[in-house]
Structure formats: C-alpha cells, structure tokens
Design a protein around this ligand. Structure first.
Ligand code: GDP
Ligand code: MN
Length: 349
C-alpha cells in the first residue's frame, strides 16, 4: 500500500474536526495573519504562493496578509499582491535596528568566517543578507509594531506550493487545542552551519535550567542514532529541525521571557554571523526545549512544497503531489527526512 510519512496505510488521513469548518457557525477570525518576508524581485514567486494558499484555504477565511521587506515595496508589488486576495494586505518596512548587523559583530571577522564556511560548502555563507534574514526570522519579526495585535501567524515564502483543500480554520484549531507550533516538514541540518549552536545552547541551559519544560522534546534534539555524523559535527545536536519556511505558530512563545533570554544569548554569541545559524534550528531547539512537546503539531493535512521537499498527505483533497513522497529529486535526499524521529520521540503531536 501507499504509505505516508507516518507509515499509516492509505485512507487513514485524519483531518481536524469539522468544528473548525468555515460557515455561519464560525465566529469572528482570531488575531492572526499570513506573514511573508519577501523581496520586490520575488513578486512572481509570491503571487504563485498566494494563489495556491488562497485557492486551497484562505478564500474561505480571509485572514490578512502582512508583507515585510528591508526596503520599501514597489507599487507594482503592492498592486499585484492586493489583486491576488480578497483579504486585507499590509506592507511593512523592517526598521534598521531589526535588520542591521548588531554593533558587537565585527565585519572583518564575518568576512573571514564566511570564507571558511564557504569552503566547507555552507550555502549562502558569504551572503550577509542571508545571515540578517535568519536573525530577523529568529528573533525580530514578532517585535515589529505591525504584528503587535496578532497572536498567530502562518509564514509563507515565495515559490512554495499548497496542494490540499483545507476546510477548517487552522488558527482556531491552534488556539482551541493549545498548540504553540505547527510544522509540515522536518529535516536534518547541515552541521557545518551550526557547530557552536548546541554548545551555546547548553551554556544557556546551565544558566537557566528552569526554562526546560518537564515534557520537552530533548530526546529528539539529542538523538545520535539518526545521523551519527551530523550529531558529532553539531557537537551533540541531532540537527533535526522543523523546516521554518512553513510555520504556523503562536507568537506568545517568541515573546516569552525564556525565548527572549535564549535569543539574546545566541545573538551575543555571534553565530548568526560567524557561523550560519538558521532560524529553523534556533526556533526548533527553543520550542523543543521550552514548550510541552504535545503543543507541537504536525500538519499532516497541509500538502506543501518548498523545493526540493514535500509534505504530501494521502487524500483526494490533494492534487499535484505524490502521497508520502518527501522529494522528486535524487533518492539521496530521502535521508534528510527527520519526521520519523519526531514521531518516535514525540508521537503525533
Ligand atoms: P532558502 O529558502 O533558505 O533558500 O532562502 P530564501 O532565499 O528563500 O529566503 C528565505 C525567505 O526570506 C524568503 O521568503 C525570501 O524572500 C526572504 N529573504 C531572504 N533574504 C532577503 C532579503 O535580503 N530581503 C528580503 N526582503 N527578503 C529576504
Ligand atoms: Mn526559500
């Protein structure tokens, strides 16, 4: 039989309860937004993502879109994205103090490190804006005043695909079921991009053992059997992370004292620039340590692709992806899937 990522046979896909369906019984929207950090040059890709998400989900709910950029959006960007949805669209410029390299980072040391990382094959290592983007996604976006009245967000990148009709309000689902963090894909990371992330995390934890949740997913973070070489090169971290180009999450978590302290510790340690720490391992480690693992939810029913990986449920509601297949690419990519480990240590969430 056709198996999806959990190994369950065809036909057993469980959608969330019909209580979350749109319709007259549905009350007002909850404070949530679709959120995209995007460049003007990525307009076509953004429209592609919007068309898919509007078609499969948002035309039933009309959650607003909030677009962020480090430079102002062009009129063309605004006009064309506005035309892709019935919902409200807002366009926000990121303040310099959220985007610029912090004062305690040395540009010289960045250049030297970038060169070294590049030689080790770390993607985007010498692209300063990529480092800034990862830092902003890790610890800044939820501090923007435009998001002050929102609690939940769904992160959307340009050029992603959504395949399945989703008939319930995922934000309401998150709230009513006490979910903090929702993901579709979980992968192993490139250990060369994060050699000191786990050691820094352990340093932080020794100062703040009280932040570790009693039902944390520590075992998932520290699994050594999945990819022993990754675990070794990342100095004790499995490198398993939620792939954050898709995220449905509760910003109260990022706004908590525990996360703020953790982010500040990491920010001071310098690895957003001297290494190439991604927002994916940073978010994943934090949520896996400081939150109850039962509050982390795998959205198996949201068919999703960001090249080269898919989350593709087994359902007639999904069109255009192959059930259970992680990638269309070379088979060597299959070993990148960390979802089986998540299911092993944390159940279905
Ligand atoms: P990848 O998915 O890791 O290959 O990285 P992407 O190039 O897709 O970047 C991740 C997200 O950040 C995408 O939504 C990009 O549009 C956005 N992004 C990356 N760098 C910048 C930047 O310098 N400015 C802006 N405005 N957006 C950026
Ligand atoms: Mn991307």
């Amino acid at each position: 039989p056709n198996l999806d990522a959990t190994g369950e046979p065809e036909g057993k896909l469980t959608y969330a309860s019909p209580d979350y369906a749109p319709g007259p019984s549905g009350t007002a929207r909850i404070p949530a937004t679709l959120l995209a950090l995007v460049r003007n040059e990525e307009l076509d890709g953004m429209l592609q993502s919007m068309h898919d998400l509007e078609r499969t989900w948002n035309h039933k709910f009309n959650y607003p879109w909030t677009f962020f950029n480090d430079v102002p959006f062009t009129e063309e960007f605004k006009t064309k994205t506005r035309a892709a949805t019935k919902a409200e669209c807002r366009y926000e410029v990121i303040p310099r103090e959220h985007w610029d390299m912090p004062s305690w980072i040395s540009k010289e040391l960045f250049d030297v490190s970038a060169k070294k990382l590049k030689e080790q094959g770390v993607q985007y290592a010498d692209m300063l804006s990529y480092h800034q983007m990862c830092r902003w996604n890790s610890g800044m976006f939820y501090k923007h005043p435009a998001l002050a009245d929102y609690q939940y967000y769904w992160r959307v990148e340009p050029n992603v695909h959504f395949f399945c009709d989703v008939d319930y309000d995922v934000f309401r689902y998150m709230r009513d079921n006490n979910k903090t963090y929702g993901f579709t894909i979980s992968l192993y990371d490139s250990p060369e991009s994060i050699p000191s992330l786990w050691p820094e995390t352990l340093k932080f934890l020794s100062e703040h053992p009280e932040y570790i949740h009693e039902n944390s997913a520590m075992e998932w973070l520290t699994d050594k059997d999945g990819r022993p070489e990754h675990y070794a090169k990342a100095n004790g971290y499995s490198t398993c992370h939620f792939w954050t180009n898709f995220e449905i999450a509760d910003m109260s978590f990022w706004r908590s004292k525990a996360y703020e302290d953790y982010f500040n510790h990491l920010d001071r340690a310098g690895g957003f620039f001297y290494e190439r720490w991604g927002d994916a391992p940073v978010h994943s480690i934090a949520v896996a340590l400081f939150e109850d693992k039962n509050r982390i939810h795998w959205f198996r029913d949201i068919g999703y692709q960001h090249i080269p990986f898919f989350n593709c449920p087994n359902s007639p509601k999904c069109k255009g992806c192959v059930t259970g297949r992680l990638t269309d690419g070379e088979p060597f990519l299959y070993k990148e899937d960390c979802r089986p480990n998540w299911f092993k240590y944390a159940g279905m969430g």
